[in-house]
Design a protein around this ligand. Structure first.
Ligand code: 5RP
Length: 223
């Protein structure tokens, strides 16, 4: 199977998992990226069976709206049963690295609100040790050099993602060679640097379910 076929298979598995649990009052949290896009397109086939969605990026909001799925402001949503999103890396504890698509901050906010965070990914995303994928860090533009120096002090090699401005008007530093021992500690330490909005480690709030697309079918890991 191609990587896209694996992504489509996990997206379908997520739809199969959540749709029977949705009601006409349900609002679904929707992530960003190519796997999330497959999920949106498949979820749209069931749009009469739930109320709408909250999007983790402008791109996702646009895709949802194109399908005729109402998109709500998170501030006006009291309850979010499910958040479905992809990842750049995942480990067996369901801790993730996200932000390859620069949407990490809104993704982390929606994940924080959701009752159940379902991560969907092809099997290549499952790793023994997080950190081969450079860790994205969203930074307030004027703090970019300061944050980069602080990240170097922590042992990382930050690289400015040229030409990228996040939906929040900020910039991204991709940090290579971060030693991720105890992931929640590393997440907190980087978030504590003044000027950092957030970083792409999802360890304080990991996924609850990881659906992995493999050649022999979709595997489900749960916490
Ligand atoms: C976007 C993300 C994506 O979930 C991550 O980059 C995975 O993307 P894809 O599904 O295209 O492989 O975190 O900020």
């Amino acid at each position: 199977m191609t990587q896209d076929q694996l992504k489509q298979a996990v997206a379908q598995a997520a739809v199969d998992l959540i749709v029977p649990q949705l009601t006409d009052r349900s609002i679904v949290g929707v992530g960003t990226g190519s796997t999330a896009n497959f999920f949106i397109d498949l979820l749209a086939q069931h749009k009469g069976f739930f109320d709408g969605a909250v999007a983790s990026s402008e791109a996702t909001a646009e895709r949802l709206k194109k399908h005729g799925i109402p998109v709500y402001d998170l501030n006006n949503v009291a309850e979010l049963e499910f958040y479905v999103d992809g990842a750049d890396e995942a480990n067996k504890h369901l801790e993730l690295i996200k932000g390859g698509g620069a949407a990490l901050t809104r993704e982390k906010i929606v994940a924080a609100v959701a009752e159940t965070f379902i991560c969907i990914a092809d099997a290549s995303k499952l790793v023994e040790q997080l950190g081969a994928f450079p860790l994205p860090v969203e930074v307030i533009p004027m703090a970019r050099s300061h944050v980069a120096r602080e990240l170097v002090k922590l042992g990382g090699d930050p690289v400015y993602r040229e030409g990228v401005v996040t939906d929040n008007g900020n910039v991204i530093l991709d940090v290579h060679n971060v030693a991720i021992g105890f992931a929640p500690e590393v997440e907190a330490k980087i978030n504590n640097i003044v000027g950092v909005v957030t970083n792409g480690l999802f360890a304080a709030r990991p996924a609850d379910v990881l659906l992995l697309g493999t050649d022999s079918g979709v595997q489900k890991l749960a916490r």
